[in-house]
Design a protein around this ligand. Structure first.
Ligand SMILES: Cc1ncc(COP(=O)(O)O)c(C=O)c1O
Length: 395
């Protein structure tokens, strides 16, 4: 080989033993041994990687691991695809299984980006969304039976910021009795706290950007479905052709974070419960929203559906409205003011002045986002440090 060709060409692989941890396959395509193997892989006769937008060994490893965790002990055999973000997981799934004229049934307290996706992207394509209170069984049944176009029931494991829960098994039964597909966003809870396949849902999606990565180092998502054939045909096709696939580097970061997920979720939950209990007794606090508190309206339902803890997400309402909220946030020192959740450190948000600043006050209030509401993603630090910061900021 000439000098320039040596520069350009791949050399024979030097690897002799297996790497102990998952490598990053930073390659856009894969070589075939010969034309026959190329034909067999392209035709599906032989399993093999072709092109990283379709599949990549690093990305597949993460999808397989999360599939094993979501299916663990449920008897369900699911199949999954990693995506470039949680939003990519939701949009890819909807484009894969719905068509113009179909409708999604959900409620008003979804993650804001999901509501926007439904209203600003899917609605103009003719996939509309019907909003009902999913706790009102009669309203749900009426909404489905009055409109045969409703094809998908969609909800989240814990709502933001009220941390309200819905009855997953009951809603899934209602959905299935009426021929609907049922999807849950399990981002707030992870498979360590909640395994929605055990309740019968068809699809589970995650923003793996959050607790599954757990360190705030990547943006990624996953779609899991228990109808393997549908996943391999429709969902794979939509992911491949819209290019919403996950990058190997983001998948690798997610894979590493995932290793400590059970330990982290225990500590997030333990810290959050202690902080919720303390805040509930504080004279400056009107109300604490945490499903682990007996005072939370959905405590019994949360106890029935969740295991190993109640997650690290909580919100509380300060007496004194906007001014109190702003003053409190100005004094915060230890917790980070960041608009995400599920990282190892404690993140704090004042929705009225940050994430929901552009939302009309009436709309905000109707969704429980009052002027003095503070949202916390409780980290895994020593709870004494988190509490000390919150208490000094309230003093
Ligand atoms: C519950 C929930 N689902 C989905 C998303 C979207 O995830 P991503 O930011 O990874 O696209 C978020 C983002 O905050 C979320 O909180």
């Amino acid at each position: 080989m000439k000098f320039t060709s040596i520069c350009v060409h791949e050399l024979a692989e030097k690897r002799t033993t297996r790497p102990h941890t998952l490598p990053i396959y930073a390659t856009s395509s894969f070589d075939f041994e010969n034309i026959d193997q190329g034909m067999d892989i392209f035709s599906g006769k032989e399993a093999g990687h072709l092109y990283s937008r379709f599949a990549n060994p690093t990305v597949d490893a993460v999808a397989d691991k999360i599939t094993a965790l979501e299916s663990y002990g449920t008897g369900v055999e699911a199949h999954a695809y990693m995506t470039s973000s949680g939003m990519a997981a939701i949009s890819t799934l909807m484009l894969a299984v719905l068509k113009t004229g179909d409708k999604i049934l959900t409620q008003g307290n979804l993650y804001g980006g999901t509501t926007e996706l439904f209203l600003k992207v899917l609605a103009p394509l003719g996939i509309e969304t019907v909003f009902v209170n999913l706790k009102d069984e009669k309203a749900v049944i009426e909404a489905i039976q009055n409109d045969p176009s409703v094809k998908m029931l969609y909800f989240e494991s814990l709502a933001n910021p009220s941390l309200a829960c819905v009855d997953i098994a009951r809603l899934t039964d209602i959905g299935h009795d009426n021929g609907l597909l049922v999807t849950i966003d399990n981002t707030f809870t992870t498979p360590y706290l909640l395994q929605p396949f055990a309740f019968g849902v068809d699809f589970v999606i995650h923003s793996t950007t959050k607790y599954i990565n757990g360190h705030g180092t990547s943006t990624s998502g996953i779609i899991l479905g228990k109808d393997k054939a549908l996943m391999k045909e429709k969902v794979f096709t939509a992911m491949k052709l819209t290019g919403t696939n996950c990058s190997p580097f983001e998948a690798w970061l997610t894979y590493n974070g995932l290793k400590t997920m059970p330990l982290r979720m225990c500590q997030h939950s333990e810290n959050a419960l202690r902080i919720a209990e303390t805040l509930e007794q504080h004279p400056s606090v009107l109300k604490v929203n945490y499903p682990g508190l007996p005072s939370h309206p959905d405590h019994e339902l949360a106890k029935k559906q969740l295991k190993n803890g109640f997650s690290g997400m909580l919100s509380f309402e300060l007496k004194g409205g906007l001014e109190a909220g702003l003053n409190f946030m100005r004094k915060i020192k230890f917790c980070s003011l960041a608009p995400t959740m599920g990282d190892a450190d404690t993140l704090i948000l004042h929705p009225a002045s940050m994430s929901h600043l552009r939302i009309a006050r009436e709309v905000r209030l109707a969704n429980g986002i009052t002027d003095g509401l503070i949202r916390l993603s409780i980290g895994i630090e020593d709870a004494d440090d988190i509490l000390a910061d919150l208490l000094q900021a309230m003093s």
